[in-house]
Design a protein around this ligand. Structure first.
Ligand code: ARG
Length: 587
């Protein structure tokens, strides 16, 4: 049992021994580490409910706790808080049992869940930009946190690869290259294996096509017709569209790879096209769809907030498939195929109305009974002016720009000697990539998900303060301490801790607090909680490193301090893995 749970059980038993109900002991990590390690605040509300004197009631409970050797001191403070200070020897002895597990003391629940997580959400033929960074980074972290907790998690990129944008691209292709075989009605052979255009061509063409369709009604009509033909299965258009997807996916994968982001499924909106058509027919037959100005809609009624929800449009008057309808069909598929307990959508908070509609629509047609549908929104990335972040020249930054900027900032620190002094030039390039990417990810993940944050290029790769490089430095230091002393990082039962001074104690208590941080991050789908934890862990370690010499210490203390370093690395590595942060060997 992890430390918090042990303490909870002991305090619960003391409540019962004193003749009280143990359901509300309110045990938690102390917010006054100068006074206690843990506190139990449940005596106060209990006394209120029983109309008893809270201090007397707390004293009664405390007297039972004082008999337990785990507690060094048990005091009743203020109006009736029970402050618990743990015994150093006991804390040290527990290290192997509490920390040397694959989850570093986190106890997985008996009934793990199955989750589908929909994140990333890139679109074919559109360059990944600043708006695609958070869904990818946050989604990846949430996926990893859920897996750490024991859930089975299926990550799906849910590519925007269907509908009007594809019709627009086909139309623009036709304008420019009317002689391509895709447009030849009489063409019988095999369509070209290699696309006669590049992913970059597509990215350039899409905005042009989109602008034209807004100005030129004939062009727009052709695009609509081409969309329809594509969706109906026009062989040439399907072949052309396959090329769009192949090129885009290759480009997108490359950038996600650089960020250490991977998906189990690379399905797109197109994947549920046929299913959606069947669903529309069924809902029409069942009388669920209502005709409204040529479109077919699902009326939704009131939102949870009490406001009326706009209806969910299933089919537009021109027959086009709508975004929300596609999401409904995708829910149906995911439920059928994976039987998930929940489907999580890591998508911009500005799409909250969309998800409210989709979830209400799903409920109305009973698509996912018992499945929790969660929109995990996030705020925007802003510049110093608190407006959406722009490049130096004022454009919308691409994801490529952001990655390159972070990596070159890390590289610059190495060239200037601020980091990586002992590295060869080759090592510097490799490590600058790792450090730059981890810095970018940490700078994003450390913010509360729903809040907007200000992106500070200069702070990103600073080695001081709450930054990626600060953490990586601490972790590299743990590795190099062990290496220099010729100690393997593998934990063994001989790794016993003897607490001699305060920084050791503080660090060890921090290690024992991991399960609580994991649980909070999991329950709230909040990676920033683990960022906070890792930052404090790095600070505690640095304090320990400076105050507790290893080389000069006597044998017993030296062994203990090396063991503490091993445990710290073990825990820190687990957290870095959950956050998706790569840690270099040297720095
Ligand atoms: N491709 C969409 C966009 O660019 C995001 C997709 C989010 N996922 C979803 N199931 N709707 O806005």
């Amino acid at each position: 049992m992890n430390l918090l749970n042990q303490i909870k059980a002991k305090v619960g038993a003391a409540f019962e021994a004193a003749g009280f109900d143990a359901s509300n002991t309110l045990v938690r990590l102390s917010d006054r580490p100068d006074m206690s390690d843990y506190q139990a605040n449940g005596a106060l509300p209990l006394a209120k409910a029983l109309k008893q004197n809270p201090r007397q009631l707390a004293e009664k409970i405390a007297s039972y706790l004082r008999e337990d050797p785990l507690f060094e001191t048990v005091s009743v403070d203020g109006p009736g808080f029970i402050n618990l200070r743990l015994n150093d020897a006991r804390l040290g002895q527990e290290a192997y049992a509490l920390l040397a597990t694959p989850q570093a003391g986190y106890e997985r629940p008996d009934k793990p869940k199955t989750l589908v997580i929909d994140y990333g959400g890139p679109n074919v033929a559109k360059a990944l930009h600043v708006g695609h960074m958070r869904p990818a980074i946050i989604g990846e972290a949430i996926k990893r946190i859920c897996r750490f907790v024991g859930d089975t998690v299926i990550g799906d990129v849910h590519l925007g690869d269907w509908g009007k944008p594809m019709g627009l691209l086909i139309t623009e292709m036709q304008e420019r290259y009317p002689d391509l075989p895709y447009f030849d009605k009489a063409f019988k052979g095999n369509y070209p294996q290699e696309a006669p255009f590049t992913g970059q061509d597509l990215e350039n063409m899409y905005p042009i096509a989109s602008a034209k369709s807004k100005e030129d009604e004939a062009y727009a009509a052709r695009a609509r017709e081409n969309t329809r033909l594509l969706q109906e299965g026009h062989p040439g258009y399907r072949a052309l569209w396959q090329q769009f997807c192949c090129l885009s996916i290759a480009d997108i994968k490359k950038q996600y790879d650089e960020l250490g982001i991977t998906f189990d499924l690379w399905r797109g909106e197109s994947h549920v096209h046929d299913r959606l058509q069947r669903m529309i027919v069924r809902l029409r037959d069942e009388g669920v769809l209502v005709k409204d100005q040529g479109a077919e809609i699902i009326p939704l009624g009131k939102a949870k907030s009490g406001n009326d929800l706009p209806p969910l449009i299933m089919v537009k008057s021109d027959g086009a498939v709508m975004y929300a309808a596609t999401d409904l069909a995708t829910i149906e598929e995911r439920v059928e195929e994976f039987h998930p307990d929940a489907i999580l959508y890591v998508v911009d908070a500005r799409q909250s109305l969309h998800f409210e509609q989709v979830f209400a629509g799903s409920e109305k047609i009973n698509l996912a009974p018992g499945v929790s549908l969660e929109h995990l929104g996030f705020g925007t990335i802003n510049g110093a002016d608190n407006k959406p972040y722009k490049t130096r020249s004022g454009g919308v930054p691409t994801l490529r720009y952001l990655i390159d900027m972070a990596v070159s900032a890390a590289k610059a620190k190495m060239t200037s000697g601020e980091m990586g002094r002992d590295l060869t030039a080759d090592e510097q390039s490799d490590i600058a990539r790792i450090v730059g990417v981890s810095a970018l990810k940490f700078a994003d993940l450390m913010n509360e998900r729903m809040k907007n944050y200000v992106f500070d290029e200069n702070k990103l790769t600073s080695t001081e303060g709450k930054t990626g490089p600060y953490l990586l430095y601490a972790m590299v230091r743990m590795k190099s301490v062990l290496e220099k002393m010729g100690v393997s990082s593998t934990l063994t039962p001989e790794d016993v801790i003897h607490i001699s001074v305060a920084p050791e104690r503080q660090l060890l208590l921090r290690l024992y607090a991991l399960p609580d941080a994991v649980q909070t991050a999991y329950d709230n789908r909040a990676p920033h909680v683990l960022c906070d934890y890792l930052f404090k862990l790095a600070q505690d370690f640095n304090l320990f490193y400076h105050d507790c010499p290893i080389k000069g210490a006597d044998d017993r203390l030296q062994k203990s301090r090396l063991a503490l370093t091993k445990y710290t690395l073990h825990v820190a590595q687990r957290v870095a893995d959950m956050l998706g942060l790569e840690v270099p060997e040297k720095m």
